[in-house]
Design a protein around this ligand. Sequence first.
Ligand SMILES: CC(C)(COP(=O)(O)OP(=O)(O)OC[C@H]1O[C@@H](n2cnc3c(N)ncnc32)[C@H](O)[C@@H]1OP(=O)(O)O)[C@@H](O)C(=O)NCCC(=O)NCCS
Length: 136
Amino acid sequence: MPYITPIVADALREHYDPALYPSLSANWPEGFLVATDPSDVPIAFLLGVHQVEGEGRVLMFAVDRDHRGQGLGTLLMNEFLARCREKQLRRVTLEVRVGNATAIRFYARFRFSVVDLLRGYYSDGENGYQMARDVG
Ligand SMILES: CC(C)(COP(=O)(O)OP(=O)(O)OC[C@H]1O[C@@H](n2cnc3c(N)ncnc32)[C@H](O)[C@@H]1OP(=O)(O)O)[C@@H](O)C(=O)NCCC(=O)NCCS
């Protein structure tokens, strides 16, 4: 948690209480993926949760700024989708800031499409998109 908290603060511009992470992943610990550098320091993570029958949800997903564009995000997303398949989930959803063009392009490459506009979804008032795809 001490390593993930600064990645979240820098990348997602939202404050999340780190004490919540273990409880969020309690019913599906395999949905919480962390990538580390060779010294075992976390540099990327994907917190996926299972809250709705048949669905996985990407609650938080970030790669440390200095390690982006090297395929880590792709690695984590592919592994998450594989774990959704193993759990026989049918659909995956996520939310993203409408201004986050990099992440939206990334998700589109993974066949996510926009299913809803979430007005004022973020704490600074920015709108969000809900995106979704079939696990396939
Ligand atoms: C979105 C995010 C998680 C992607 O992680 P990433 O590790 O940079 O992703 P990848 O490296 O796998 O892919 C990013 C791009 O680099 C390219 N890439 C992949 N491997 C590469 C490599 N070895 N060398 C160079 N480029 C590479 C990909 O083609 C991809 O291109 P795209 O911009 O067309 O999608 C990351 O940008 C991030 O943490 N952003 C801030 C937080 C955020 O927005 N999270 C999502 C909130 S909903």
